[in-house]
Design a protein around this ligand. Structure first.
Ligand code: 0L1
Ligand code: MG
Length: 263
């Protein structure tokens, strides 16, 4: 009973923090029982609140903490997942106001779109690729609701893996047309290259992150459904954004996607 009440109150605070753009302190100190399993239940409740308030629909999933560096920093050996809603998707070409955000950062990713259900357990990289309709470059805006992006694993899961908004590129590539591990990525801010990497920086292959997620989702009876979009994890560290910034990700063989920020 106490856990149900804790889930409801944490989800409600995180929902309000995003809507009203204020920071909160991490919850683990107040709720010692908060672990990863409970955090995924909070995330489900938070998503239900957002869907109701925004008349939004679930359109896919995102992975976070896919790089070794981030996992080591958090002292964990697994990524995390969050949920994407149609209300989080932005279109390339429209300037994005920073008004709704707390302390946004942006990161480049490879997005997958699925034409077949992926249901664990036992999902492998070849199965992910066989179920993939196409891949494309993506920019994810993350905006943790926690003060100074300071959180534990359970806190960040509850906060829907810091998700906020995302944009997709327009060139859609079939997964058998490229070797994503070797796809070179250039990340630019205001015309300057701020990072480079390849698809292999996401757990050796972005599809490996998605296989992990399909298998993890199976633990709660969920799956990746046909038509869903999945952001497979950051290709380099996220960078902060300010009004006037222009950010572009270009990925070899997949084209690019650009976003401009305003006040
Ligand atoms: O999409 C991400 O990689 C974010 C995962 C959560 C951790 C963070 O906010 O840095
Ligand atoms: Mg991300």
């Amino acid at each position: 009973m106490r856990q149900k009440e804790s889930i409801e109150s944490i989800a409600t605070v995180l929902f309000r923090a995003e809507k009203e753009a204020f920071e909160v302190d991490k919850f683990v100190d107040l709720y010692p029982e908060l672990d990863a399993d409970m955090a995924y239940r909070i995330q489900e409740r938070l998503i239900a609140l957002k869907c109701k308030a925004e008349a939004a629909k679930v359109t896919g999933w995102k992975l976070g903490l896919t790089s070794q560096a981030k996992q080591q920093m958090m002292g964990v050996h697994e990524p995390v997942y969050g949920v994407l809603l149609d209300s989080m998707r932005l279109s390339e070409g429209n300037p994005v106001t920073l008004a709704p955000f707390i302390h946004p950062k942006i990161e480049p990713e490879i997005a997958f779109v699925f034409h077949r259900e992926l249901k664990g357990p036992g999902v492998s990289v070849p199965e992910v690729l066989a179920a993939t309709a196409c891949v494309m470059p993506a920019l994810e805006i993350i905006d943790s609701r926690y003060r100074n992006f300071s959180f534990t694993l359970a806190d960040v899961i509850a906060d829907n893996a810091s998700s906020s908004r995302y944009l997709l590129g327009e060139v859609h590539v079939k997964p058998d047309e490229i070797d994503m591990r070797l796809s070179g990525m250039v990340f630019q801010k205001n015309g300057k290259v701020i990072a480079t990497s390849t698809g292999a920086s996401v757990m050796g292959h972005p599809a490996r992150a998605i296989a992990w997620m399909a298998n993890k989702l199976a633990e709660s009876g969920q799956s990746i459904r046909p038509g869903e979009i999945v952001l497979s994890g950051a290709l380099c560290e996220a960078t902060s954004i300010a009004a006037g910034d222009t950010v572009t990700v270009s990925i070899d063989g997949m084209g690019s996607v650009t976003v401009v920020f305003t006040n």
